[in-house]
Design a protein around this ligand. Structure first.
Ligand code: C5P
Length: 213
């Protein structure tokens, strides 16, 4: 079974995807980490005339099994850099095959990202699109960062999330919208346990209907 979990920045899709993977005994790939690793590899070079070429080279050199320090990969800066390299078609193409290979393991997998249900795994058995309003997403991300001992400027974080949403929505090489057959799950008012229960309910319902057919 392949479960595709898409949604905007800080929507909780990563936590939900790893909870679903644990629940169903499936492998999990956070595809945002791939883009973040490429972004970090070209940090500070955003204004370089060869930025695209450098990002493509970084994507070529990427070793998905060794993405580096998770603490660095999960910073807001890495997220912002990721969205800058994610608009480059060749970068997306280079990362696409790895994601598809990961999804095609015999038992299936859970992948979370932006274009899993639309581009990477259009035939996934279950597709979820996670939503949450910008303020709720900012607050969740702020608490995550504070949990790591970081001092958070909520105003700046809110704008970073909005800016990243805007860049992602305008991505000409994206596919950052819910697949037509995706199930929408709005987690604005849900804590993680409730959101996971709701997601499991959706997956179980879809799988039960598939068996009936
Ligand atoms: O999901 P996460 O916030 O870690 O993603 C970081 C950035 O990487 C996103 O804002 C998006 O620009 C890019 N991304 C993407 N396609 C994916 C996953 C992430 O373009 N499947």
């Amino acid at each position: 079974m392949i479960i595709a979990v898409d949604g905007p920045a800080a929507s909780g899709k990563g936590t939900l995807a790893s909870g679903l993977a644990r629940h169903y005994g499936l492998a999990h790939l956070d595809t945002g980490l791939l883009y973040r690793a490429v972004g970090l590899a070209v940090a500070g070079q955003e204004d370089h005339p060869e930025f695209e070429t450098k990002a493509i080279a970084a994507a070529q050199a990427l070793e998905p099994g060794h993405l580096g320090d998770v603490a660095k990969l999960t910073t807001a800066e890495a997220g912002s850099l990721a969205s800058k390299v994610a608009v480059i078609g060749e970068v997306r193409a280079l990362l696409r095959q790895y994601q598809r290979d990961f999804a095609s393991q015999p038992r299936g997998a859970v992948l979370d990202g932006r274009d899993i249900g639309t581009v990477i795994c259009p035939d996934a058995e279950v597709k979820l699109f996670i939503k949450a309003d910008s303020k709720a997403r900012m607050e969740r991300r702020a608490r995550q960062l504070e949990g790591r001992g970081l001092v958070v400027d909520r105003y700046a974080l809110y704008h970073q999330i909005e800016e990243r949403d805007a860049r992602d929505m305008a991505n000409p090489n994206g596919g950052f919208y819910p697949a037509a057959d995706a199930h929408l799950l709005d987690t604005t008012l849900l804590d993680i346990e409730a959101a996971l229960r709701a997601a499991i309910g959706i997956v179980d319902g879809v799988m039960a209907r598939r068996v009936e057919r």
